[in-house]
Ligand binder design. Structure first.
Ligand code: ADP
Length: 569
C-alpha cells in the first residue's frame, strides 16, 4: 500500500517536473527559436540585408555627390576671386589677368569674362592651344558661349543672383586625343559688379585633370572616410560587425548605352571590373555624369547570403545548446528526485529494521524477567535470540554510522598486517550458527597460504558480513552460500556466492549506489537499508581494490572483491 502511494507520489512529481520544464523552459525556448527562425527566413526571403546595404550605398552616394560638389564650388569660388574687374582694366589687362589665373591654376582649361557691353574675353591654357582638339574646343566654346550669353545673358545673370552660391554649371561632352571625355564649366557673377549688369565669369575644369586627379583623389578619400565611419559603427555594434568588404566607386557618363557596360571616366583604387551595385545620376555640378559604388571582390547579395547563413548556424548551435541544457537539467533533476525518493524509503526501511529487533529483545527480556521460563534450554534459546538481535542492531547501526562518516568524508581506515584467511574464517564463525539455522548449506574454500596483507580488519569483516547477509536475505528456494578466498596473480579474491533471486543486468550497475534496492518483490518484503553494497564498494576501493557482481535472475549471484596483495601505501 505504502509503496503504491510512493510510486504515485513520484509519478506526480515527475509529471510536475515535466510540466514545469515544459511550460517554463521548453515552450518559451521553442517559441524563441521559432520566432527567430521565421525572422531569419523573412530576412532571407525579402533580401533585407541586401536592401540595407543598398540603402547604405544610396546614402553614401548622396553624401559623396555633396562632397564632390562642395569641392568643385570651393575651387570655382577661389578662381572667381582672382578674376579682374570688368571696368577698371583694358582688354589687354583683362587678358593678362585671366592668363595669370590660368597659370596659377593649371587644372583649368579655359577661363572667360563676358560683358554684354564690352564683349567676351576667352583665354585658354597656352599649351592646350597646340593641340588640335583643344584648339577646336577653345574656338567652339568661345563662340557658342558668346552667342548664348548674348541672347540669354540677362536671364542667366538674374538666375545666378538668386542662388545662395551664385555659380551655375555645365558639363558637356568633348573630344581629346585620348577619346571622348567631358568638360565641366562653372559660370558665375562677380561680387563687385552691380546686379543689373550682364557680366559673367567662367572657368572650365580641364577634362584630364578631372579624370586623372580630381575624381580619383576624391573617390579614394570618400571611401577611406566611409570605411573609418563603418569601423566606428561596427565598434558600436553595427550590423556588419564582421567588417564589410572594402568599397570601390567610379564616375561614368550617365547617358551610356544601356547594353554596354559603363565606361568609367575615373575609378577609385580597387574597382577592378564589373557594374556598380548602386548608382546615382549626378546633378548640379556634374550633370550628365553618374556615380557608382560596389564592394571590392564581393556583392551585397553574397554578403547577405553569408550573414543569413551565419545567423542560421548560430541559431542552430544555440538551439542545440538549449536542448542539451534542458536534457541535462531534466536528467539531473530526475536523479535528485529519485535520490529523494530513495532517501524517504531508506528512512522508513531503517526505522522498520530498528524496530523489529528492539521489539524482539524487549519481548524475550520481559518473558525472562517474569521468571516463567523454567527449562534451561529455553532460557538459553531466549538469550541467544536477544544476543543475535542485538548483534543485528549493532551491525545495522555500524552500517549507518559508517555510511554517515563516508558521506561526511570523515571515514578513516586503520590498515594493519593481517592474516586474511583467519579474518574471513573468524567472521564466518560468528555467523555459522545463524547460517545453518536458516537452513543454508555453507561451502567454504579458504586458501590459508595467503601471505599477510595490510587491511582494515573491521572494515573487511563488515564488507564480508554485508555480502553474506545479502546472500541469506535474497535467496528464496535454493539455500546455498559459498565463500571462497584465493589468490589470482597478484590479487586477493574474496567471493560470496548464492543461488538466490539474482539481479537483472540493468540493475547490476545500480545496486552499489547508496539507498538503491531492486524492484524484486522479495527485496520489498525483506528488511534492508540499501546501504550495504555502497559500503562494500567504498571499503574495497579504500583498499585499492574493486567489487564486481555476476548474476542471473532466478539463478543466483556472485560478488567478488578483488584486493591487491601488496596494497599501495
Ligand atoms: P539492502 O540489502 O539493505 O537492501 P544493499 O546495498 O546490501 O542493501 O543491497 C542493495 C540491493 O541489491 C538489495 O536491496 C537487493 O535488491 C540487491 N542485492 C544485494 N545483494 C543481492 C543478492 N545476493 N542477491 C540478489 N539481490 C541482491
Amino acid at each position: 500500500m505504502k509503496s503504491k502511494r510512493n510510486r504515485f507520489w513520484s509519478q506526480d512529481n515527475r509529471f510536475r517536473l515535466i510540466l514545469t520544464l515544459g511550460l517554463a523552459v521548453l515552450l518559451p525556448a521553442a517559441a524563441l527559436i521559432y520566432v527567430n527562425f521565421r525572422h531569419l527566413e523573412s530576412i532571407k526571403r525579402d533580401k533585407k540585408v541586401e536592401a540595407l546595404i543598398h540603402r547604405d550605398f544610396q546614402y553614401v552616394l548622396a553624401v559623396s555627390e555633396k562632397k564632390l560638389n562642395q569641392k568643385a564650388y570651393t575651387m570655382a569660388e577661389e578662381v572667381r576671386d582672382l578674376f579682374p574687374s570688368p571696368d577698371s582694366d583694358s582688354e589687354a589687362d583683362k587678358q593678362k589677368k585671366l592668363d595669370l589665373v590660368l597659370s596659377k591654376n593649371p587644372w583649368l582649361a579655359h577661363v572667360f569674362l563676358f560683358d554684354r557691353e564690352k564683349g567676351m574675353v576667352f583665354r585658354s591654357q597656352p599649351h592646350l592651344l597646340n593641340d588640335t582638339y583643344c584648339r577646336k574646343e577653345h574656338d567652339i566654346m568661345a563662340e557658342s558661349y558668346n552667342g548664348w550669353f548674348g541672347m540669354e545673358g540677362k536671364m542667366l545673370v538674374e538666375s545666378l543672383h538668386k542662388r545662395t552660391r551664385p555659380i551655375s554649371w555645365y558639363t558637356a561632352p568633348t573630344r581629346r586625343a585620348e577619346g571622348e571625355t567631358y568638360i565641366t564649366t562653372a559660370f558665375f557673377v562677380l561680387p563687385q559688379v552691380s546686379r543689373d549688369r550682364v557680366v559673367m565669369g567662367g572657368a572650365s575644369f580641364d577634362p584630364n585633370y578631372l579624370k586623372q586627379t580630381f575624381f580619383p583623389e576624391m573617390l579614394d578619400e570618400l571611401i577611406t572616410k566611409k570605411l573609418t565611419e563603418d569601423k566606428d559603427a561596427a565598434a558600436n555594434g553595427g550590423i556588419f560587425d564582421s567588417g564589410p568588404a572594402p568599397l570601390a566607386m567610379m564616375v561614368y557618363p550617365a547617358e551610356h548605352d544601356g547594353d554596354h557596360e559603363e565606361k568609367p571616366i575615373a575609378t577609385s583604387a580597387g574597382w577592378g571590373k564589373g557594374k556598380p551595385e548602386v548608382s546615382r545620376n549626378l546633378d548640379d555640378v556634374f550633370q550628365r555624369l553618374a556615380l557608382g559604388i560596389k564592394f571590392q571582390g564581393t556583392s551585397a547579395e553574397a554578403i547577405g547570403r553569408r550573414w543569413v547563413m551565419q545567423s542560421f548556424l548560430i541559431l542552430g548551435v544555440l538551439s542545440l545548446f538549449m536542448i542539451g541544457g534542458l536534457l541535462l537539467t531534466y536528467r539531473s533533476v530526475s536523479k535528485e528526485m529519485a535520490l529523494a525518493h530513495l532517501k524517504s524509503d531508506f528512512v522508513s526501511n531503517v526505522s522498520h529494521e530498528l524496530r523489529t529487533p528492539l521489539a524482539l529483545i524487549r519481548l524475550y527480556a520481559e518473558t525472562l524477567e517474569l521468571g516463567r521460563i523454567t527449562t534451561q534450554e529455553k532460557k538459553e534459546e531466549y538469550y541467544r535470540i536477544i544476543r543475535k538481535e542485538s548483534e543485528r542492531l549493532t551491525s545495522l547501526i555500524n552500517n549507518i554510522l559508517d555510511f554517515s562518516r563516508i558521506e561526511a568524508g570523515r571515514k578513516e581506515y586503520d590498515f594493519r598486517e593481517t592474516n586474511i584467511a583467519e579474518l574471513v574464517r573468524n567472521t564466518l564463525d560468528a555467523y555459522r550458527y545463524q547460517i545453518e539455522q536458516q537452513g543454508f548449506a555453507l561451502e567454504e574454500s579458504i586458501d590459508s597460504s595467503i601471505p599477510a596483507v595490510r587491511v582494515d580488519r573491521e572494515a573487511i569483516a563488515r564488507a564480508l558480513v554485508n555480502l553474506v547477509n545479502n546472500a541469506l536475505k535474497y535467496s528464496a528456494n535454493e539455500k546455498f552460500l559459498g565463500v571462497k578466498l584465493y589468490k589470482a596473480n597478484d590479487l586477493l579474491k574474496l567471493e560470496v556466492v548464492d543461488r538466490g533471486i539474482g539481479i537483472t543486468r540493468r540493475e547490476q550497475s545500480k545496486i552499489f549506489e547508496k539507498f538503491y534496492r531492486t524492484g524484486d518483490p522479495l527485496v520489498h518484503d525483506t528488511k534492508g537499508s540499501g546501504l550495504g553494497l555502497s559500503l562494500v564498494r567504498h571499503i574495497t576501493q579504500a583498499h585499492g581494490g574493486e567489487v564486481q557482481v555476476e548474476s542471473t535472475p532466478g539463478k543466483g549471484s556472485k560478488f567478488t572483491l578483488s584486493l591487491p596483495l601488496a596494497p599501495a601505501t
